[in-house]
Design a protein around this ligand. Structure first.
Ligand code: FAD
Length: 514
């Protein structure tokens, strides 16, 4: 009997990743771990071109990526100078001087068969003065600048929180490169200058500036905004979403820390966009995301530099972008990931998330060398749904503004919404119902947080809340708030938590070139 294992003769043999930014190395690391040598993996990147170097705030599923890779979270935090993130604090979005928090994890606990939000709506309708965020463990910890791992406090009121991390983008790419190379990924340094296609358009070969060629059966385009294979070569087209998301440029600068890093990202609305502050252990990332129609690079830079708190450690960098998504994220034998596949401005820190989602679906719909059109179509449908869900959630932050102090904010307030978002808002306005998909990144609690923060409340609450006896409800809410406050008081400060569990080595001091 022949005991040799037969492989499908059409199976992939080699996959080439083009680009070594966060997207390229996440793809390479996941494939190294997942395929265990089944296919040869080669990554081509150019030190001369470099990576974008921003992209430092993440969402909670990022930690599942680390778990899938078998990476120890605390080691990763040490290596990437990371800090913890309990959510995003939004300032000046509804009106100047107002703030709200979009927390990770739960807000309150369901009562009977009603979600907490519905109960709270009824309490508000009956004059209850408390805020929704008073019941969010992540918001309460963030406000007190405290942190503990929620899953280690499951039986306490802070157990309902969730968290993500803020990371140093360059250190992430370096970490994942070491990880992937140790598991057999071959790295080739060089600039891709030419691409050779078969008659049917499938890509066969890359030609590097050095004259070297790289062949593969399948290519993952992680070449950033250049989109070398998916757009420059295959010309799949791009859906431009700038009629809803007006910002098209960012100024980014890193500064020294002026104090311990707070456990949240700050998104502060400005006259023509918004400013981010992402605190790491060794420095802070800052940026101004703005609409070039209303503001020049010089004006945006001056505004940003007048608002950052610490001394700059690099020169401000201008990053132009176009919000939208490729018409086909996967075409022929090219799958695009990261900035090559599309970009939704970074307000909810979702771009890196879409990279590992893209890989998750790639593994699910893994092709052979023929790349069957049904697999490609299903992949593209799933990714488009993710992109559109995130797009609508980000637009929500702008379109609900009550600001009318600049043409930028008036345009946001008055825009005609995508039908999908309009339908969602219409449903919500009835009694707080939300049309939640099966597998969405932003669940009801996120929508409720932003809608409440932006002053949008439904006309009424869900009828079944009336099943719950109302006597004593307001006192119970007060008690729940008090118990959460007491639990948070017993949690260590974010600074102490990092010091005790995952403090990074102080980095070498960088002196800014004159
Ligand atoms: P890049 O980092 O640009 O890498 C491209 C790679 O392609 C490089 O290695 C380059 O050398 C290589 N390359 C290009 N052309 C060639 C060639 N011809 N030959 C060989 N190699 C080539 N995401 C988040 O999740 N959270 C955030 O907070 C966040 N903030 C952001 C803020 C801004 C202003 C922007 C613009 C993006 C932000 N992002 C954020 C997105 C995030 O930065 C990217 O998704 C992430 O860094 C992945 O980038 P990338 O690897 O696709 O591209």
């Amino acid at each position: 009997m022949n005991t040799s294992v037969l492989r499908d003769p059409r199976a992939l043999r080699k996959i080439c990743v083009v680009g070594g930014g966060t997207a390229g190395w996440i793809a390479a690391a996941l494939m190294a771990e997942h395929f265990r040598g089944l296919y040869e993996i080669e990554l081509v990147e150019s030190d001369d071109i470099g990576t974008i170097g921003v992209g430092e705030s993440t969402v909670p599923p990022f930690l599942q990526l680390l778990a899938k890779l078998g990476v120890n979270e605390q080691d990763f935090i040490r290596e990437t100078q990371a800090s913890f993130k309990l959510g995003i604090r939004f300032e000046n979005w509804l009106r100047k001087g107002e703030a709200y928090f979009h927390p990770f994890g739960a807000i309150g606990v369901p009562v009977d068969i009603s979600e907490f939000y519905q109960l709270w709506l009824k309490a508000k309708a009956n004059g209850y003065p408390g805020e929704l965020q008073d019941f969010a463990p992540a918001a309460a910890m963030a406000e007190a600048k405290k942190f503990t791992l929620p899953f280690k406090a499951l039986k306490t009121p802070v157990g309902g929180a969730a968290y993500a991390i803020h990371v140093d983008a360059r250190r992430v790419a370096k970490f994942l490169r070491t990880f992937a190379e140790a598991r057999g990924v071959k790295r080739t340094e060089g600039i891709v200058e030419d691409v050779v296609q078969r008659n049917d358009g499938f890509i066969e070969q890359l030609v590097l500036k050095s004259g070297k060629t790289v062949e593969a059966d399948f290519f993952i385009d992680c070449s950033g905004f250049r989109a070398l294979l998916i757009e420059k070569t295959l010309k799949v087209g791009y859906q431009d979403w700038s009629q809803w998301l007006l910002c098209d440029r960012a100024i980014a600068v890193q500064t020294e820390n002026v104090g311990p890093p707070p456990p949240y990202t700050l998104a502060q609305a400005q006259d023509h966009g918004w400013r981010w502050r992402i605190p790491l252990q060794h420095r802070t990332g800052n940026g101004y995301v703005f609409a070039s129609r209303y503001l020049s690079d010089d004006e945006a830079t001056a505004t940003l530099m007048s608002q950052v708190e610490g001394e700059p450690v690099v020169k401000p960098m201008v990053v132009p972008f176009k919000t939208g998504m490729r018409d086909r994220i996967w075409d022929k034998n090219v799958l695009s990931l990261g900035l090559a596949s599309g970009f939704i401005e970074p307000l909810e820190s979702t771009a890196i998330h879409l990279v590992y989602r893209g890989m998750e679906f790639f593994f699910r719909y893994l092709p052979d060398r023929d790349c069957d059109a049904s697999l490609v179509a299903e992949y593209n449908r799933r990714m488009a749904a993710d992109y559109e869900e995130i797009r609508d959630f980000v637009i929500l932050h702008y379109c609900t503004t009550q600001r009318d102090d600049t043409p930028f904010w008036r345009e946001c307030r008055d825009m005609v919404l995508p039908e999908s978002l309009q339908a969602k808002l219409d449903l919500f306005r009835v009694n707080g119902s939300l049309s939640e998909g099966l597998d969405e990144l932003f669940r009801s609690v996120s929508w409720q947080s932003v809608l409440e923060g932006m002053g949008v409340r439904p006309a009424g609450y869900h009828p079944l809340v009336d099943r719950i006896p109302f006597d004593g409800m307001l006192q119970n809410l007060d008690r729940a708030k008090e118990t959460l406050g007491q639990a948070v008081a017993g949690v260590p400060s974010h600074e102490d938590f990092i010091r005790q569990h995952c403090a990074a080595q102080p980095p070498e001091r960088v002196t800014m070139p004159a």
